[in-house]
Design a binder for this molecule. Structure first.
Ligand code: NAP
Length: 566
């Protein structure tokens, strides 16, 4: 029975970051009644929260922006090749106002529970502020890196200084001038903030567990001439991005790194080093496919990093050695390694001297008693599934998503999962997501979902549900593609290693955005193959109702992935 206190809408979208806003726009274009719910006070998702010093995008601004409106493309002026977080947030707000999206968003409204009403084929959505919605479709646009980790240490509660999480950076200014500051973590966030904080802090200590590869951003202001040139050919630039494997516009080199002379390779790497950012990984087609080819790139980068670090003992610690280049997410930095040449910057090697405890004044390792005014956790996220599994999502027969994905996420095309009709995930696990320019993935999937919803509405379809057969096949395909690469050779958030006890499965789709788009299109052309479209809810069809997660689990890294997928 429909609860009359619930507002009825066609679609509830969870999250008002780049993904949720793009889905909202696409669905509004189809005339759907859409409610976006957002836990924060404003739009922007990760770009709202990650306001740490030095935060900027490591995808070029022209590519990390919406392509759905040529007017928007032409009128917005980016000031730098890699936009800073404040500039990106201004852009998001501009889009929201320009397309009148704000009125569809409810803020400070976190999804707490969503239950599928099997008889009515409706999702009942319950939020933290007491609001409830009844909706046909539920789209989770909660981001892949939006649940920050909060490592626990003995004595953490005793620390009397300021404790900050990079992914929940305070809205009021943080004054680190002449302060003793610690950064824990050397992923992209830690690497971006280090050189900026180093300029003003009295002393900065960077706690490193794993040395990370990084390629220089070669950031620069965008001149009026460059802006004019890009905008004159923006469509071609977009086409190039859509048709590249990563959505960044870089085509993989046609040659193997191993088939050219060392001299030629050095020249090619040198040129890529100075301009390509992430594109460096595609200089030769096999850098991410073949360890020997990867070694040539890794060695080049190691030498580059070593060449800018003055102190030999720091060189030995900062140069990455224990994983293949780009098997974990590398960074694109602006002066990270050079910051360690400053007298006020210190490296604390956690492999050598782990943190024993927090004290009232700072951090104690077995090497030193550190005293800090500010400690910053740049320790990353519970990636891919953290935010999807935080609310209670109950599908058919009250099957919970947590239970269904206990051995790792199982999806068809990264978009839906059986047992959860009319629930869709934007840029979810099983889609190119974090292995792509996420903006391309967001747009690809938002349009596809809006078209699908429009299509099924026209047909009078009540329920759209992934078949178990389709999701098994997709998981097998995702795993097979991952096996072609070096991604499985490292522990990373791609495969659940970032959170103790998390299922060790490879989550993003490594087949590239172009290949993925073809699969999406093929799925739609074949009548949304892999999804069952029902004109009556399954429970009213007189058929047996799916009892829930009967799936063989997705692969673990301890077992050959392809053999455990039924
Ligand atoms: P991250 O890449 O996951 O890095 C977290 C860092 O914290 C790692 O160095 C990790 O060490 C360390 N760490 C985690 N737990 C720790 C613990 N208990 N004790 C000590 N060290 C610990 O997180 P992130 O730097 O926030 O970046 C996450 C992702 O966000 C990036 O990969 C990127 O996709 C995205 N990002 C993008 C941009 C952009 O410009 N677009 C900017 C920033 C971030 P281990 O490596 O040993 O685990």
């Amino acid at each position: 029975m429909i609860d009359m206190t619930m507002d009825n809408v066609d679609v509830v979208v969870v999250g008002a970051g780049f993904g949720g806003l793009r889905a909202l726009h696409a669905l509004r274009q189809q005339g759907k009644k859409v409610q976006v719910i957002e836990a924060s006070n404003d739009v922007g998702g990760v770009w709202y929260h990650n306001g740490y010093p030095g935060a900027r995008c490591d995808v070029e601004s022209y590519d990390y922006s919406y392509s759905f409106s040529e007017e928007l493309e032409q009128e917005w002026v980016w000031s730098e090749r890699y936009a800073t977080q404040p500039e990106i947030l201004r852009y998001i707000n501009h889009v929201v106002e320009r397309f009148d999206l704000r009125k569809h968003i409810r803020f400070q409204c976190a999804l707490e529970r969503a239950e599928y009403d099997t008889k009515a084929a409706l999702w009942r959505v319950h939020c933290s502020d007491g609001t409830q919605w009844s909706t046909r479709f539920l789209i989770m646009a909660v981001g892949q890196l939006s649940t920050p980790k909060s490592p626990s240490y003995p004595g953490l509660d005793k620390y009397s200084g300021q404790l900050i999480y990079s992914a929940q950076w305070p809205k009021e200014p943080v004054d680190y001038t002449n302060k003793r500051v610690a950064i824990i973590g050397t992923g992209s966030s830690g690497m971006q903030m280090t050189p900026i904080i180093a300029q003003k802090a009295a002393h900065l200590t960077v706690f490193q567990r794993t040395p990370n590869y990084s390629v220089p951003a070669s950031n620069a202001p965008i001149s009026a001439e460059e802006d004019r040139r890009v905008k004159a050919n923006y469509r071609q630039r977009r086409e190039q991005a859509w048709n590249s494997p990563t959505g960044l516009g870089f085509k993989p080199g046609k040659q193997s790194a191993l088939e050219v002379s060392p001299e030629e390779r050095a020249q090619v790497y040198e040129a890529a080093w100075h301009r390509l950012g992430f594109g460096f990984a595609l200089t030769y087609f096999d850098i991410l496919l073949n360890k020997k080819a990867n070694d040539t790139a890794a060695e080049f980068i190691r030498n580059k990093i070593a060449s800018v670090i003055e102190k030999p003992e720091l060189r030995a610690k900062l140069v990455p050695y224990d994983h293949a280049f780009a098997a974990r997410r590398p960074s694109v930095d602006s002066g990270y390694f050079q910051a360690f040449n400053r007298e006020n910057v210190e490296l604390a090697d956690l492999r050598e001297s782990p943190i024993l405890e927090f004290t009232a004044e700072g951090i104690r390792t077995n090497a030193k008693d550190h005293k800090f005014d500010i400690i910053i956790f740049a320790t990353g996220f519970d990636a891919f599934t953290g935010s999807l599994l935080k609310p209670e999502i109950l599908g058919r027969n009250a099957l919970s998503l947590k239970e269904k994905w206990a051995a790792g996420p199982v999806t068809q095309l990264g978009i839906g999962t059986s047992g959860f009709p009319n629930l869709f995930v934007l840029v979810g696990p099983g889609s190119p997501s974090l292995l792509s320019n996420v903006m391309v993935s967001i747009e690809e999937q938002s349009d596809w979902l809006a078209n699908m919803i429009d299509h099924v509405d026209r047909l009078g379809v009540k329920e759209v549900e992934v078949t178990e057969e389709a999701e098994r096949a997709w998981v097998a395909h995702v795993n097979a593609r991952a096996h072609e690469t070096l991604y499985l050779t490292a522990n990373s958030y791609y495969n659940g290693a970032e959170v103790a006890g998390k299922p060790r499965v490879f989550m993003p789709y490594s087949g590239g955005v172009r290949g993925y788009r073809r699969l999406l299109n093929k799925c739609a052309t074949n009548g949304y193959e892999g999804f069952e479209l029902r004109d009556k809810p399954l429970s009213l069809n007189g058929q047996a109702v799916n009892e829930g997660a009967k799936l063989t689990s997705v692969g673990t890294l301890d077992s050959p992935l392809s053999s455990v997928v039924a």
